[in-house]
Design a protein. Sequence first.
Length: 85
Amino acid sequence: MIRAMIRSVIFLVLLCSVGGYLFYLKTGTWPIPSQLLTSSGSGDGRIDLRRLSDMPSLNSVKADEQPEKITKWQDEKGVWHFSNE
């Protein structure tokens, strides 16, 4: 039983490794971005999503203070038009 589990784990590791390498050969990029694997900031403005302290809180997003007014009118031919002007 334990041998079968060890063989299954080794098979899955090999399968993922070969699959990732074949993906690299076909596309020229690794399937997992290197920024996702590093925990240090790279200085390019990207946020490491694994750190919750870097994520903005949900209440930090503010809605527009005055929503844009949309007008609707019908021309002489009976066609309806919508505009924000």
